[in-house]
Design a protein around this ligand. Structure first.
Ligand SMILES: Cc1cc2nc3c(=O)[nH]c(=O)nc-3n(C[C@H](O)[C@H](O)[C@H](O)COP(=O)(O)OP(=O)(O)OC[C@H]3O[C@@H](n4cnc5c(N)ncnc54)[C@H](O)[C@@H]3O)c2cc1C
Length: 275
């Protein structure tokens, strides 16, 4: 029986300062934030996420909800802009003795809060970090993991590779725009797993084909997939309906959806099969 332990974390919205900004390739920017407020930050699960709050692009003012005895309270004025992102790497002490956190953000244009922030980010800006509210740990009792990710899920994919026990075999399928975006994959990834890389520019349909060609999935294998929601509907149907994998063995998460602003990832990926 495959299980994933859940842990709750104390509700927190932390105000941090951008310490550095690194373009990893044309499609991905690493923003490192720091601040005493990050002390005690905890993210134990491979696909944990935080809500990142961005400053108002016109005024530069950061407005975040506040944690009060009643829970999260919205201030009466100020623009709250937030998106879900993955806390890639947390270090308790940087060279100045402060905690710091790396977040990798996909840039896909310039007209949306996360991508616009990442494109123009510079040291000294404020950023709010809400959560994670909880963590779902790597599954217990597995011999193999199949990991399927697009660009937005590469930080979580990296965390999976770091957190899975070394004896767990890993099969990976990664879908990126082009060979420039593929440069995100480094020795850290390639030394742990063979990665089948698909390029979006080669056309649709490759993802489901790659997943089908995995063949049958043993009952000691866990499958995690995250990326563009529409593309993952077929993947999920194949895993759950064709291969009849129980939900304990599969997690398929829409991280974004073409044409939808700030996708609610808690909504069912496949409305015809919401379990
Ligand atoms: C649990 C979780 C973890 C995530 N972790 C990360 C992460 O670590 N790094 C990361 O970059 N993203 C991550 N995402 C995805 C990210 O939240 C979305 O891509 C988000 O929509 C980006 O916000 P935005 O302001 O750029 O675009 P939005 O304002 O939300 O959307 C504007 C338009 O851009 C489109 N769009 C959104 N994302 C993309 C994209 N990647 N490529 C092309 N078009 C897009 C939308 O469909 C919409 O039409 C995560 C999502 C979830 C649910």
């Amino acid at each position: 029986m495959i299980t994933r332990e859940r842990r709750r974390h104390e509700l927190a919205v932390r105000r941090t300062t951008v310490e550095s900004v690194d373009w990893l390739n044309n499609a991905m920017v690493r923003v490192t934030v720091t601040g005493e407020s990050l002390r005690g930050f905890t993210a134990d699960g491979p696909n944990d996420h935080v809500k990142v709050f961005f400053p108002n692009p016109e005024t530069g003012v950061l407005t975040t909800p506040e944690v009060t005895a009643e829970g999260l309270t919205r201030p009466t004025d100020g623009l709250i802009l937030s998106r879900d992102l993955t806390p890639l790497t947390f270090r308790e002490n940087n060279s100045s003795g402060l905690p710091e956190l790396d977040i990798d953000i996909v840039v896909h244009g310039d007209d949306a809060p996360a991508t616009s922030f990442a494109t123009h980010a510079h040291a000294g800006q404020e950023l709010g970090i809400g959560g994670p509210r909880g963590s779902k740990l790597v599954p217990d009792g597995i011999a193999r993991a199949v990991l399927i990710a697009d660009e937005t899920a590469l930080p979580a994919f990296t965390r999976w590779l770091r957190l899975l026990p070394p004896e767990v075999k890993v099969t990976s399928i990664v879908q990126v725009y082009d060979d420039d975006a593929e440069t995100y994959l480094t020795a850290e990834h390639r030394d742990r797993t063979n990665v089948e890389v698909l390029y979006r520019e080669d056309g649709p349909g490759q993802l489901i084909e790659a997943v089908r060609s995995l063949g049958s999935i043993d009952d000691d294998t866990y499958v995690w997939a995250a990326g563009e929601a529409n593309e993952l509907v077929e993947v999920r149907r194949h895993l759950r309906r064709d291969l009849k994998l129980p939900k304990e063995q599969v997690e398929v998460e829409g991280y974004w959806k073409r044409g939808i602003v700030n996708l609610d990832h808690h909504a069912p990926l496949d409305p015809s099969d919401p379990d």
